[in-house]
Design a protein around this ligand. Structure first.
Ligand SMILES: Cc1cc2nc3c(=O)[nH]c(=O)nc-3n(C[C@H](O)[C@H](O)[C@H](O)COP(=O)(O)OP(=O)(O)OC[C@H]3O[C@@H](n4cnc5c(N)ncnc54)[C@H](O)[C@@H]3O)c2cc1C
Ligand SMILES: NC(=O)c1ccc[n+]([C@@H]2O[C@H](COP(=O)([O-])OP(=O)(O)OC[C@H]3O[C@@H](n4cnc5c(N)ncnc54)[C@H](OP(=O)(O)O)[C@@H]3O)[C@@H](O)[C@H]2O)c1
Length: 427
């Protein structure tokens, strides 16, 4: 079985950025991807989605996002860019390879896939994204509700909801964007636990990412625990202010056909759409001891703190607020691959020392074996000689010479039989 320096799991932006730096470092690797193409989750996002960062701030390393740099690319452009990225650098993506389990095999990792067999590597880069497991809270009496429950991850376009009464739960980017879009065809309320936090998309004529980049805020660690505010040109805030959609505090509980609002009023509702975010989903690492009780990776700056040789790219706030974004994946991947390369080199060196140790031990064994044989030969010769002398005496130098030759032949014969016995002995 081929021994890879590393196996990258997932060929979304995080896995591809890791691939770019692994290729530059000359390491031996493949990228295992569950689906039938590289590019990650982007094809599954809703139809109207645009990037919240302009093209100039949305590139992976080594290949600028094409087209006018100040526009906000659409979902399908992001899909095409990531396809193009994998092809441009001829990154070794193995599609249809869903990783089921990663396990330790001595100093290496064994990776089991569903349909593409088993792989072996010195290190692993887990880059399967954070958005694989939609989170739906369990609210009071939710099980009794007979209407439609839906997560934003499954939402594509507003048409199927035309004319319905819809409540969207959540106050993040997905909730606000979907809520505003749905409000054009349905009667929609946004239900949130906290006031919605907005971040102006443009400041002093420049996109916010220009300022985040200039001030270094995007790379700041102290923003780590903040949730993502809603990027807004002002259009979302004014749509919500005008009641399209309407905005209310979180409802109290479900009923069979609707819900009870915090003021005690009951209302019939056709669909409750949860835009309540995602939870970590790294099931293939569960048995490695790499995760905490909530399933979150135990890591610092992308290196596992509990499993040497295991790395991550693309976790939210892995290093900073930009970690799980197109603009942040490259910088994180570079740091991770640097550390990983050092780890691989150290492992190779220690393996080299280990191998040299084995050869030296074997040589010592061989030579000490030869030494034993020599002692045995001399002892046998002495015994044989003593026997000859006892039998014939030392009458003449000729007799002595003959005795020596005979004793050498006898002892060599003994040793030969001994060798043959060792060769054919069962191991
Ligand atoms: C609705 C939405 C909008 C977003 N908009 C933006 C935005 O405008 N700008 C921005 O920068 N970021 C945005 N993000 C955040 C982030 O950039 C994307 O979620 C992006 O897809 C994350 O890339 P990734 O490579 O980490 O993970 P993913 O894109 O999810 O890729 C992970 C890959 O791993 C594969 N995989 C999963 N499990 C396995 C397995 N066991 N074995 C093998 N392969 C596996 C998957 O098939 C997938 O191809 C958005 C996120 C969401 C949810
Ligand atoms: N390109 C784009 O414009 C775009 C569009 C959509 C998403 N995205 C990105 O995709 C990622 C995910 O975004 P997201 O909006 O799906 O998720 P998110 O940012 O995690 O927001 C989840 C929302 O759900 C709320 N919530 C969670 N549990 C709740 C509960 N039990 N009851 C009520 N409310 C609850 C949270 O409110 P609390 O604050 O009260 O916890 C929060 O407002 C983010 O990185 C985001 O930037 C980008």
């Amino acid at each position: 079985m081929v021994m890879y320096d590393t196996l990258v799991i997932g060929a979304g932006q995080a896995g591809l950025a890791a691939g770019y730096y692994l290729q530059k470092a000359g390491l031996r690797f493949v990228i295992l991807e569950a689906s039938d193409q590289p590019g990650g989750s982007w094809p599954h996002f809703y139809d109207s989605l645009s990037l919240n960062s302009p093209a100039r701030y949305s590139s992976l390393p080594g290949l600028p996002f094409p087209g006018q740099p100040d526009r906000y690319p659409r979902r399908d452009e992001a899909v095409a860019y990531l396809h193009g990225y994998a092809a441009h650098f001829a990154l070794p993506v193995v599609t249809g390879a869903r990783v089921i389990k990663v396990e330790r095999s001595g100093r290496f990792f064994r990776v089991l896939t569903g349909d593409k067999g088993c792989y072996r590597a010195r290190t692993i880069v887990a880059a399967t994204g954070f958005f694989g497991q939609p989170y739906i809270p369990n609210l009071p009496d939710q099980a009794h509700y007979r209407g439609q429950l839906f997560h934003a991850a499954k939402y594509r376009r507003p048409e199927p909801f035309r004319g319905q009464r819809v409540v969207v739960v959540g106050g993040g980017n997905a909730a606000v964007q979907i809520g505003v879009e749905l409000a054009q065809v349905a009667r929609v309320t946004l239900a949130t636990r906290h006031p919605i936090r907005y971040l102006p998309q443009r400041v002093l004529g420049k996109d916010i990412h220009f300022w985040l980049n200039l001030t270094g805020l995007d790379r700041a660690q102290w923003l780590d625990e903040q949730s993502v505010p809603v990027f807004d040109t002002g259009a979302y805030r004014s749509a919500i202010a005008s009641g399209q959609p309407d905005h209310r505090p979180m409802f109290e509980r479900f009923t069979e056909d609707g819900l009870i609002w915090s003021d005690g009023c009951h209302e019939k509702v056709d669909t409750v759409l949860f835009a309540t975010g995602y939870r970590p989903h790294l099931p293939y690492l569960a048995e490695l001891g790499a995760l905490d009780q909530a399933g979150r990776a135990l890591q610092r700056r992308g290196a596992s703190t509990s499993v040497p040789g295991l790395y991550y790219v693309g976790l939210p706030r892995q290093r900073n607020a930009a970690s799980a974004t197109l603009r942040g994946a490259g910088a994180d991947a570079r740091i991770v691959v640097n550390n990983l390369r050092r780890y691989v080199e150290t492992q190779r060196q220690s393996q080299g020392r280990h191998a040299a140790g084995v050869v030296m031990k074997r040589q010592t064994r061989i030579w000490s074996g030869r030494g034993n044989e020599l002692i045995a030969l001399i002892t046998l010769m002495m015994l044989a000689l003593k026997q000859q002398i006892a039998a014939q005496g030392l009458a003449s130098p000729r007799l002595l010479g003959e005795a020596v030759i005979r004793s050498v032949m006898i002892s060599a014969g003994f040793l030969g039989v001994g060798h043959a016995a060792t060769l054919y002995a069962p191991h």
